[in-house]
Design a protein. Structure first.
Length: 353
């Protein structure tokens, strides 16, 4: 006997990148973690957690974090929602804005695979729009989503898995033309040359724009599970009704406050990653790979030979990259930028293959 809903029966579960046990000596260039440690301020904040703050329920509204995020990013506190990783914000948005059975969720193809999984869980129609060859948006992106009746669109900028950054004018035009909620996933924005904050800060923000941020990438806190949304107060209030009452815990709230307050220290790691990104791209291009320009902490690179075979050989040498068995990606690897030593190990391994 199967008891789950039919759409859950049909669902193939989202498969995250491989996570070997820490300390296994594997060079992990497959899930876009930051290769540098979290800031000292974060570690101190975690050490300072009192027994009492574990005994008691946490602040249900993550008030202090939201105040700090608002003061740093510019919107009002009621325009900020804290979530258990950015992934929870995505799930909340689908729950709140997408009708099961009709309406629907729109996205570019390819993009973050989790988007489609979340749409399937909600049993809402999914519309995918094919990106241009350079991974830019087609001119009729908003029209296609409007024609399909999408209530929510998820766009990741800088784009994953290519690293391409869409210009601000296009984001704003999309937001104004699209008739549903536009969720701009800025998981990688710390490594990019601009962000879309002005769309949510100018005059209270456009009423249909929601920006996703996470501490997982820029702040080296993927293990903590903390993300947040910035958007129009009405969007935030709607999601606030649908979230778990204690969706972020006392430890992560304290660490998240410290993370944002120490972001100048974190930004040093962004700078190092950006410098290495350029060096690794040059080195790969010099080895007959074709690397797409990236404003993120990874590179999408077309392999001169069978990409899957290279992925396997690297793995045998203890170096993990990401291979997607998916249209337009089968001849490519997505490679997270690591420390200079890790990147050199990758380049050396490629030379030896
Ligand atoms: C990493 C990532 C997120 C959020 O990840 P969390 O660890 O859940 O905060 C969201 N979107 C994209 C495209 C990502 O790569």
């Amino acid at each position: 006997m199967r008891y789950e809903r039919a759409n859950i029966q049909r669902l193939s579960a989202y498969r995250p990148g491989e996570q070997p046990r820490p300390g296994d000596g594997v060079i992990k260039l497959n899930t876009n973690e930051n290769p540098y440690l979290p800031t000292d301020a974060v570690l101190q904040a975690i050490r300072r957690i009192s027994s009492d703050s574990l005994r008691l329920y946490p602040a249900a509204d993550a008030r202090e974090f939201r105040e700090v995020a608002a003061s740093i990013h510019g919107p009002q506190r009621d325009q900020v929602i804290a979530t258990n990783g950015g992934d929870e914000l995505l799930r909340l948005a689908v729950t709140v804005f997408c009708e099961p059975g009709r309406g629907g969720l729109g996205m570019a193809e390819p993009s973050y695979i989790l988007y489609a999984t979340l749409g399937e869980i909600q049993d809402t129609p999914i519309t995918t729009v094919t990106l241009n060859d350079d991974w830019s948006w087609p001119n009729d992106f908003a029209d296609q989503l409007n024609d399909a009746g999408c209530q929510l669109a998820m766009v990741v900028n800088p784009h994953a898995p290519s690293g391409r950054l869409e210009p601000m004018q296009r984001l704003e035009a999309m937001a104004r033309k699209f008739r549903g909620v536009l969720l701009i996933d800025e998981a990688y924005v710390d490594f990019a040359s601009h962000d879309a904050l002005s769309l949510v800060t100018t005059d209270g923000g456009l009423d249909n724009v929601l920006i996703l941020r996470t501490l997982s990438k820029g702040y080296s806190l993927a293990g903590l599970r903390f993300g947040y949304g910035l958007g129009h107060a009405n969007l935030v209030a709607a999601m606030d009704k649908a979230r778990d009452s204690y969706n972020t815990d006392a430890v992560s709230q304290a660490a998240a406050v410290a993370a944002l307050q120490s972001r100048e220290a974190a930004a040093q790691s962004w700078q190092r990653v950006i410098e290495e990104r350029q060096r690794v791209a040059d080195e790969l291009n010099g080895r007959n790979w074709r690397v797409f320009p990236s404003e993120s902490n990874f590179l999408l690179a077309t392999s001169p030979t069978d990409a899957r075979a290279i992925y396997e050989s690297l793995k045998n040498r203890g170096i993990l990259a990401r291979y997607f068995d998916q249209d337009r990606l089968r001849d490519k690897l997505r490679i997270t930028i690591g420390t200079p030593q890790q990147n050199n190990a990758l380049l050396t391994a490629l030379d030896e293959l």
